[in-house]
Design a binder for this molecule. Structure first.
Ligand SMILES: NC(=O)c1ccc[n+]([C@@H]2O[C@H](COP(=O)([O-])OP(=O)(O)OC[C@H]3O[C@@H](n4cnc5c(N)ncnc54)[C@H](O)[C@@H]3O)[C@@H](O)[C@H]2O)c1
Length: 447
């Protein structure tokens, strides 16, 4: 039974998977090319923030169940299967940059040359349909001089949500396995049976291409659902008496629609939805197939930031020279990830309009500083962020922001004005104490 596995690429996906596997009796070799990252991991400090990851990492290091390296030969020697979890960012034209996957396949192929016996390669990075067969398989065969049967090949998409990565790894809704042949799929199932015991999640076994497509269209569908409600939020804003929060609640009570992903806000960001929606669009174009719904979802997502800036101007007039306090920079609560964060995009727009911006985030300041530099000021506490501000914008719904008290804000701010971009507050409570307050998607007018 496969007990020794390697995880290649120790970012949000790979490090989570490596720690989870190591906590359940697998002997895991983690591999990354970033030596600084490896050093942090060896010391028990995850290079990323994810709830519960630090204690789990320290636990598995103490058990001796996880070790990390940058040496492919060592990782392959020490394992019977590997999971490829390297990044697949966007090219400037929106297509998918596969250079890290290519490089990984090349290095793996070389290492497989001297590996006796069967070895299973599992691609877990999100890659366009056809990549596992046409790129990964080809390179592995060329570099190793071996062929399918000597080694197995699967595409097994990752569906975790950042901020809940461990929870989702231990309790996923489903497992999708695309396999080049029956044996590869069965070998991967053995690993998951060992990991989940008698709680194996519902599992779909299919072709490589179907599995690759399932990942892309799942993300595009979820992004579209959010864009749909954000489109409705713009309609509600213009319709006296309408409130998107109530409308979404009523819609979501229908089982066919469901309540999830119907929270209007600044839009979707993060490392997956934006790049995967664009990647799918470009992939469709290559095949000569238009995907107008995905295109519209992207368009709505872009328009939501301009819409938010307009609301800010409605509240306090021209933004030039005004001090705007922005709460939350991570693309969602529970993570330090700011990739494609709508909040960062909003800050950029506010700066373009001449506003002075002060920001706060419980976890993402260090990452935000790399992008925003000295163009904004950074607050160590919510109070510090609010002091002297002329407008407060709630951009990421961290739980600690729920506790914000309208009276305290009013005392700290220069002019009490709130733009609730995530519908965390009851605007009427703010208005009661003469706060100017707008909730995104709430018309704030009598019908
Ligand atoms: N982040 C998510 O929530 C999430 C969810 C589902 C799927 N995915 C997909 O999983 C993949 C990884 O995403 P991530 O967010 O963990 O990325 P990440 O950028 O956090 O991590 C990628 C890691 O790969 C390493 N790497 C790059 N080239 C390498 C090489 N040749 N050999 C070994 N390591 C190498 C990098 O140093 C980095 O540590 C992507 O394809 C992404 O689309 C991500």
């Amino acid at each position: 039974m496969t007990e020794k596995v390697a995880v290649i690429g120790l970012g949000y996906v790979g490090l989570t998977l490596a720690c989870a596997l190591a906590s359940r009796c697998f002997q895991v070799t983690g591999l990354d090319v970033d030596e600084e990252k490896l050093e942090k991991i060896r010391r028990g400090t995850p290079p990323i923030y994810e709830e519960g990851l630090e204690p789990l990492l320290n636990h598995v290091l103490k058990l001796g169940a996880l070790k990390v390296t940058s040496d492919y030969q060592e990782a392959v020697r020490e394992s019977e299967a590997c999971f490829i979890c390297v990044g697949t960012p966007s090219n400037p034209d929106g297509s998918v940059d596969l250079r890290y996957v290519e490089e990984t396949a090349r290095m793996l192929g070389k290492a497989l040359k001297d590996k006796p016996g069967y070895y299973l390669v599992v691609v877990r990075s999100t890659v366009p349909p056809g990549t596992t067969r046409n790129l990964v398989r080809r390179i592995l065969e060329e570099e190793s001089g071996r062929s399918i049967g000597d080694f197995g090949l699967c595409f097994n998409p990752e569906f975790l949500r950042e901020g809940k990565a461990l929870e989702d790894t231990f309790n996923p809704d489903r497992i999708v396995i695309g396999c080049v042949d029956r044996e590869s799929g069965e070998k991967l199932l053995v690993i998951y049976r060992k990991f989940y015991g008698d709680k194996l999640p519902p599992t779909l076994i299919t072709t490589l291409v179907n599995a690759e497509l399932i990942k892309y269209v799942s993300n595009a569908f979820l992004a579209t659902k959010i864009s749909f409600i954000n489109m409705v939020s713009q309609l509600c804003q213009a319709l006296p008496g309408a409130d998107v929060k109530v409308v979404a609640e009523g819609m979501g009570m229908d089982k066919r629609i469901g309540r999830e992903f119907l929270a209007a806000g600044l839009g979707w960001g993060g490392s997956c939805f934006p790049k995967d929606a664009l990647g799918l669009l470009r992939f469709g174009e290559e095949l000569g197939v238009q995907l107008p719904i995905v295109e519209a979802a992207i368009k709505v997502n872009e328009s939501q930031i301009e819409h938010t800036v307009k609301l800010a101007e409605e509240l306090i007039g021209d933004l030039g020279g005004k001090l705007v306090a922005v709460l939350g920079l991570a693309f969602k609560p529970g993570t330090d990830d700011i990739r494609e964060s709508r909040s960062i995009r909003l800050v950029e727009k506010l700066l373009e309009r001449g506003a002075r911006v002060r920001v706060h985030d419980p976890k993402a300041i260090e990452n935000a500083r790399k992008v925003l530099g000295e163009r904004v000021s950074y607050a160590g506490s919510i109070e510090e962020c609010m002091r002297g501000a002329e407008l407060c914008i709630l951009a990421t719904e961290w739980p600690q922001y729920r506790r914000i008290n309208a009276e305290t804000l009013k005392r700290l701010m220069k002019t009490p004005a709130l733009l609730d971009g995530r519908r965390l507050y009851k605007p009427e409570e703010f208005r009661e104490i003469k706060f100017k307050a707008i909730g995104l998607g709430d018309s704030n007018q009598e019908p």
